[in-house]
Design a protein around this ligand. Structure first.
Ligand SMILES: [Zn+2]
Length: 245
C-alpha cells in the first residue's frame, strides 16, 4: 500500500501545535511518531511518503496553506491511505486516544478502528473511540475531506495530561508499532495459495487488503480464470464501499 504520513503542524511559524506539560511541543511529538511509523511501515513492505521529512520542516505560509500543501503532497503521489498524526489538548484531567474519520462505513473507519484498538492496548491510553469529525467537532477537518484516498487523523493522546504526555514523549516507538500493526504486512501475508510469483500478485494483494476481492473458500484466487457477472458485481460493489468516504 502507498501510505502518506502527515506529522501534524509545523516546526515554527503560524501552524504550530499544542504546547503541553513540561513545554512539550505537539509538532515535535507528531514528527517523532511519524518518523518511527515510516520505518515500521516500510519494513512491512509498504511505500511511504512524509509531508514533513525533517523535524524542522515548515509547510505553507499559514495554517490554510500548510494544510493545502499536505493534501497536495498526498494527492500528487497517488497515496492509497493518508494518516495524520496529532496530539490533543484539554483540561489536565482530559486524557486518552481518539481517531477521527470523515464518515462511517468506508475503509477509513475500518483502519481507524484497528489503529484505535492497537494504540489503547499497547500504550494503555483511555479509549475515546473513533469519531466522525462533523458530528464530534462540528467541523470538516481539511485533510480528511480533501485527500483523494481514505484518510484518518489520530489524536494519539493529550499533551496537557501528565500521564499521556509522558507516554507521548518517551514511547513514540510504541505508538508507531501500534499504528503500523493495523496496516499489516504486504508481502507474504496474502491468504491466497496460488498467486505467488503471478504477474498480478501485487495488484491482487492490494485489492485483497482493501477487501475488494475475497477469492474462493478453498483459499485459492485462481488468477487466470475468467470472472462471472456475479463476481464482477461483487467487486464493483466492494470497491464502491471503499470509496464511500
Ligand atoms: Zn494538532
Amino acid at each position: 500500500m502507498q501510505i502518506c504520513i502527515d506529522a501534524g503542524h509545523n516546526y515554527s511559524g503560524t501552524d504550530t501545535g499544542v504546547v503541553g506539560v513540561n513545554g512539550l511541543k505537539e509538532q515535535d511529538i507528531t514528527f517523532s511518531i511519524a518518523e518511527q511509523l515510516k520505518n515500521k511501515l516500510t519494513s512491512n513492505g509498504h511505500e511511504v511518503i512524509m509531508t514533513r521529512n525533517n523535524l524542522t520542516d515548515n509547510l505553507g505560509r499559514d495554517v490554510a496553506s500548510s494544510l493545502t500543501e499536505r493534501v497536495r503532497i498526498s494527492n500528487n503521489w497517488g497515496s492509497d491511505f493518508f494518516i495524520s498524526i496529532h496530539c490533543n489538548s484539554g483540561t489536565p484531567t482530559a486524557n486518552g486516544t481518539e481517531v477521527l474519520i470523515p464518515g462511517r462505513g468506508g475503509l477509513a473507519e475500518s483502519y481507524a478502528e484497528s489503529v484505535q484498538r492497537a494504540i489503547c492496548n499497547r500504550l494503555g491510553t483511555m479509549d475515546r473511540g473513533v469519531r466522525v469529525d462533523t458530528e464530534y467537532l462540528n467541523t470538516r477537518l481539511y485533510v480528511l475531506h480533501n485527500t483523494t484516498c481514505p484518510a484518518i487523523l489520530i489524536e494519539a493522546g493529550f499533551l496537557t495530561n501528565a500521564q499521556d504526555a509522558e507516554k507521548l514523549a518517551t514511547r513514540p516507538d510504541d505508538f508507531a508499532v501500534a499504528i503500523a500493526s493495523a496496516f499489516g504486512s504486504i508481502s507474504g501475508t496474502s491468504r491466497f495459495t496460488d498467486i505467488d510469483g503471478h504477474w498480478a500478485q501485487i495488484h491482487i494483494e492490494k485489492l485483497e487488503a482493501y477487501g475488494i476481492i475475497n477469492g474462493f473458500d478453498d483459499g485459492t484466487f485462481r488468477p487466470d480464470e475468467t470472472v462471472t457477472r456475479a463476481q464482477a458485481a461483487a467487486m464493483v460493489s466492494n470497491a464502491l464501499s471503499v470509496l464511500g468516504k
